[in-house]
Design a protein around this ligand. Structure first.
Ligand code: ADP
Ligand code: ZN
Ligand code: ZN
Length: 700
């Protein structure tokens, strides 16, 4: 009888059991690392992954005899094993973000895969792969790459060389909106494909970028292109994932989860809009797909291109220090100009009532002029619904959510009051619930109200009302409505487009010549130190939607209504001067010891009472301060999260900070096991519901 073989298998164990390390099993014969197996786990049989042997020093577990170990149920041999570099990427992510190896490994595989047996997997693998279809309209010339302009040529020459070096760098491509970054991505992808490699392109929100998919499909008509994002059905997602894993797909377009795609011939990673907050996962392992892309690039010795008009300060800082290859496209393609920025000082605008109140008089006149000229405008307001709150003028009642520390938003179309935090939705009361006054009034303005008011303000040259379209999470809930709406804008059937930040990202609108932000000031005074960075990026993005057609760009404008026109952020925006904005922000961050000059971890705790949440964080802090290595950290006090109560759960958070990433990491590796322990021991102020650690948190 052959000797049984001992295997480490990554399974999705609860984080606290053995701290999420792979478990030992025995098998009748050896199984290649990276293979899928079915193994018993307590009373169930689950899918696991045969994991590489632990690095030195990580095998702290007491030696268990083979006889005491459970055996592997089945090997899913139809599936080619995952590569060891894939395992390494997952292992790194799990350690860096302080989650179990198996938890991360299994959560980034397509969910469908975990349900299948060997025969079913074999069947899926046998099915021919299918990728994105090129749209029907014959566009013979569009497939041909355009001649690069001089700035693109310089960038491309650098990248072409960089891709061929022994240890290719991470490149930061800072290119203003409309400077032709996408063309660079296409060239880099073509180059990787020519070398027989696969290319991975990450985008913040794939649903917003059917244009990008179409562009790639047109440029590479003979290649298999698949997309990977959470909008796919489980079976589509498995199909795309398998096409990538089997090496059939040449190009993978995806959102943050695609950074974990298994790509045996990977030769290039592009992260478009690398500054976008949606690259950070907000639950489970709170990973940054951008940061993991950089890690993966180094691991696999391939070129990584981070592209943005407004790079994250983290990436910008690294480029400035020479750790990233810095590339720039400083101007728009052709004769295109960036829009002129006009600030409307709201302190000097007369107070008006009714629809007129939506827009200042000069902005209103400017939009009417665009409509008269047959051009389009885009108005950006980052607030959904009709009004953020309902108010009774007699007794002072406001539409608070009974379960959250937030107002319920008035939605006029379906006459509901909706809490955007817990989802509670109720019909609007006919009269004030406290005093019976029938005159409860909306305060403030959301996109729904803005849409209504704009409809009353503008006429087309033929005397008909202007065609207003609203695009936000509410108006696009039904499948297909977003695509139809964008199609109408592209076709010129809309005069004014109103919406949330959904409409500011990425779209290559050709007829918009005016963009307006009607109420962006809020972020100037946020407690989150990243709020100005995000606002600047958002406004630059929004400005980037205007004048994308070079013939119209000279007339294009970005309007900002503000009560703080002399704010430095707006001054930099006027000059489209990202570099000086970034330099100012980095100085401020340096002075206050904030990222990227320091490294943060955020511990959050949720409980039924704020006291219980605070007590847990306090105990966590006490436990941490008893560990070696804690002296070099800065500890902040527990504070409520910005929306402290959601669905009757109180949420508190506590920051810790270090000037050194490795010091922080070494500390977390000791502290997090202690926290698991603490969780089980809690008494005193009552139990907490959950806690989580967020390494490199984005929202504070
Ligand atoms: P970005 O991604 O930087 O915002 P795009 O890549 O969308 O900019 O480019 C803006 C427009 O310029 C697109 O319509 C694109 O097709 C066009 N374009 C890009 N490069 C060239 C070029 N070298 N010659 C002509 N047109 C180009
Ligand atoms: Zn009242
Ligand atoms: Zn609520």
């Amino acid at each position: 009888m052959p000797e049984p073989v001992r295997l480490r298998v990554a399974v999705d164990t609860p984080a606290h059991s053995a701290l999420g390390e792979p478990l030992d099993y025995v098998a009748a014969e050896s199984v290649p690392v990276g293979s899928l197996v079915r193994v018993p786990l307590s009373r169930r049989v689950v899918t696991g992954i045969v994991w590489p042997q632990a690095a030195e020093g990580r095998t702290a577990k007491a030696a268990v005899s083979d006889a005491a170990l459970r055996s592997v149920d089945a090997v899913l041999a139809a599936m080619p094993p995952l590569s060891s570099s894939w395992c390494q990427l997952v292992e790194f992510a799990s350690r860096y973000y302080q989650r179990g190896v198996g938890e991360v490994a299994l959560s980034v595989l397509p969910p469908e895969l975990r349900k299948l047996d060997d025969t079913q997997i074999a069947k899926r693998i046998a099915r021919p792969a299918c990728g994105l279809k090129v749209s029907d309209e014959p566009s013979s010339t569009e497939g041909d790459p355009p001649q690069l302009d001089p700035a693109q040529t310089l960038v491309w020459e650098s990248l072409h060389g960089a891709a061929r070096s022994a240890q290719p760098p991470t490149a930061l491509l800072h290119g203003v909106t409309g400077s032709g970054k996408t063309e660079i991505y296409l060239r880099a992808a073509a180059d990787a494909l020519d070398r027989g490699r696969q290319a991975l392109l990450l985008v913040p929100e794939i649903n917003l970028t059917p244009q990008l998919e179409a562009q790639f499909a047109r440029r590479f008509p003979d290649r298999l292109i698949v997309s990977l994002h959470s909008g796919l059905t489980p079976s589509q997602r498995l199909r795309s994932w398998l096409a990538a894993h089997l090496g059939q797909a040449d190009l993978v377009l995806g959102t943050r989860l695609a950074v974990f795609a298994s790509l045996p011939r990977l030769g290039l990673i592009v992260v478009d809009e690398e500054h976008d907050p949606s690259y950070k996962q907000q639950e489970g392992a709170r990973y940054s797909a951008r940061d993991l892309a950089v890690y993966r690039g180094r691991l696999e010795s391939i070129l990584v291109v981070l592209g943005s008009a407004t790079p994250s300060l983290e990436s910008w800082q690294r480029a400035q220090e020479g750790r990233y290859l810095q590339l720039s496209l400083p101007a728009r393609i052709g004769a295109g100009a960036l829009p002129a920025v006009r600030l409307v000082d709201m302190n000097h605008q007369p107070r008006v009532r009714g629809p007129q109140a939506a827009l200042s008089a000069p902005l209103q006149a400017a939009i009417q002029a665009r409509i008269d000229a047959g051009e389009q405008s885009l108005i950006f307001l980052n607030r959904r619904g009709y009004a953020p709150v309902l108010h009774c003028g007699d007794c002072g009642w406001k539409s608070a959510c009974p379960h959250c520390s937030a107002w319920r938003v008035f939605h006029k179309l379906d006459r509901t009051l909706r809490c955007h935090h817990c989802g509670l939705a109720e019909p609007v009361p006919r009269a004030c619930p406290d005093c019976g006054n029938p005159d409860v009034a909306p305060i403030g303005r959301g996109t729904e109200r803005l849409e209504e008011q704009l409809g009353a303000l503008f006429l087309r040259p033929d005397g008909q009302p202007a065609r207003i379209l609203r695009i936000d999470a509410d108006s696009t809930r039904r499948q297909g409505t977003l695509a139809a709406g964008l199609g109408a804008v592209h076709a010129g059937e809309i005069d004014v487009l109103v919406g949330t930040q959904m409409i500011t990202k990425g779209h290559d609108f050709r007829r918009i010549t005016l963009v307006a932000a009607v109420n962006p000031d809020g972020a100037l005074f946020s407690s989150d130190f990243r709020a100005p960075e995000r606002l600047f990026a958002l406004l630059m993005q929004a400005a980037g939607r205007a004048g994308r057609d070079a013939a119209q760009s000279a007339r294009s404008e970005m309007w900002v209504q503000t009560w703080h026109p002399s704010h430095a952020l707006y001054a930099a925006l006027r000059r489209h001067d990202f570099a000086s904005f970034a330099a100012d922000q980095l100085d401020e961050r340096r002075a206050s010891g904030l990222p990227p000059h320091s490294h943060l971890a955020l511990l959050r705790a949720d409980a039924r009472s704020a006291d219980a949440a605070r007590a847990f964080l306090q105990a966590a802090s006490d436990a941490g301060r008893a560990l070696s290595g804690c002296e070099s950290l800065s500890w902040y006090s527990p504070v409520p999260t910005p929306v402290a109560r959601v669905a009757d759960v109180e949420r508190m958070q506590m920051l810790i900070e270090s000037t050194s990433r490795s010091t922080l990491q070494a500390f977390l590796a000791k502290w997090v096991p202690a926290l698991h322990h603490l969780r089980r021991e809690r008494g005193g102020a009552g139990p907490i519901l959950r806690w989580a650690i967020d390494v490199d948190p984005l929202a504070i």
